[in-house]
Design a protein around this ligand. Structure first.
Ligand SMILES: [Zn+2]
Ligand SMILES: [Zn+2]
Length: 384
């Protein structure tokens, strides 16, 4: 099995009874007549989470987790949205669907699909590490597991979140002692709130960029506890000394912009799973790189796949080939779906670069992202 050519990984062994197939519009459930995170407009879309490469404008009906409704509506206002509590079952054309926590960001869900005695689970994006801003990943037993594989290479192994946040705290504490602002770049949806909820808010004041604030609000409305955070723009220039002890959370798009000038002397850092790559911090041009991901690392992907009990695994976005090879070595049936999901490196920047967002800007952002999924093109290219 291990000797199969690596190019032979497409799910071309698709059978007539498959509960999910790949279509040009996205992953599709034939008996249920719905799509999962489709990238083209469809009649009925089940959305695993609100990152912009998974949740796009233009579908007629949306189904998503209740836990993620606030965030989804903050990004896609006025959509026709039906929500399900985690574990709640819904019949769609005779297919039983339910959503289960994926541990990725607030409201993220795995989709369980049951029909004709078979059970499939589509993971969406997921992680197993603890995260105070969302429900923990719940293993769901199934026959076929559709897994993401964003970090599906053995080099990707995360330190514990506690270790990473200790590192962020000590960087911030050190800067504050030197009278220097600490600017931390991270994606404005998910990562930013996880950082805010996890750092030691006793070190100094916390500020955020205008792109982060609407997401903070949606998280708070959903009951997630975040420390007090002020908008950078609230501070008049003559009070900029306030920033000397502060942590400032900003989207990657703010890097290199005039927006940073107000901080005077500052240290900057980037928090991302891609920081695991050699040279990523240097290419990024920041003082520090913190390896912090909202995706499963290589061991956690294996743990989740094993916990699903699936005999067949279909891999989507990320490092597909090594994962498929590994799965086949385990004696599992494995294939891949080609998708247009990004790697979450640009996700929040669909909203992040402007402080006021027009409907038009949001509408066009996902398409732009799909064409150029690598915000961090150097890093993405160099990971294989
Ligand atoms: Zn995501
Ligand atoms: Zn994704």
């Amino acid at each position: 099995m291990a000797s199969e050519p690596t190019s032979n990984i497409a799910a071309d062994n698709a059978g007539p009874g498959d509960l999910v197939i790949a279509r040009p519009e996205g992953l599709y459930c034939p008996p249920g007549d719905f799509y999962i995170d489709p990238w083209q407009p469809v009649e009925r879309a089940v959305i695993t989470h609100a990152h912009s490469d998974h949740a796009r404008f233009g579908h007629r009906h949306y189904l998503a987790s209740r836990a993620g409704a606030n965030v989804l509506l903050s990004r896609l206002p006025d959509i026709s949205l039906q929500t399900l509590a985690y574990g709640e079952r819904l019949d769609i054309n005779g297919v039983t669907v339910s959503l289960h926590p994926a541990g990725h960001v607030l409201g993220s869900a795995q989709l369980r699909i049951e029909y004709g005695g078979r059970v499939w689970v589509a993971s969406g994006d997921y992680k197993l590490d603890p995260d105070p801003t969302c429900d923990a990943f719940e293993p769901v037993r199934c026959d076929t597991f559709i897994t993401e594989s964003t970090f599906g290479l053995p080099i990707y192994r995360w330190d514990t979140p506690q270790t990473v946040f200790d590192g962020i705290d000590s960087w911030w504490r050190h800067n504050a002692a030197q009278g220097r602002a600490s600017v931390l770049f991270c994606y404005s949806f998910g990562k930013a709130q996880r950082v805010l909820a996890s750092v030691d808010a006793g070190i100094g004041p916390i500020f955020c960029h205008g792109a982060v604030e609407p997401l903070n609000r949606a998280y708070r409305e959903a009951g997630v506890r975040l420390p007090p955070v002020r908008l950078v723009s609230e501070i008049p220039p003559k009070e900029k000394a306030t920033f000397k002890q502060a942590l400032i959370v900003a989207p990657p798009s703010a890097q290199g912009s005039a927006w940073l000038k107000r901080f005077g002397d500052y240290s900057d850092a980037f928090a991302s799973g891609w920081m695991r790559l050699r040279g990523a911090r240097r290419r990024r041009g920041v003082d520090r790189g913190f390896v912090l991901s909202d995706h499963a690392d290589w061991p956690a992907l294996q743990t989740a796949i094993h916990a699903s009990g699936a005999q067949r695994v279909i891999v989507t976005h990320g490092s597909v080939e090594p994962m498929v090879r590994w799965l086949r070595e385990q004696g599992l049936e494995a294939g891949a779906f080609a998708t247009q999901y990004g790697d979450d490196t640009v996700e929040a920047d669909a909203l992040g670069s402007v402080e006021t967002v027009t409907q038009d800007a949001v509408t066009h952002a996902p398409g732009d992202e799909a064409r150029a999924p690598a915000f961090d093109a150097n890093d993405t290219a160099s990971r294989s």
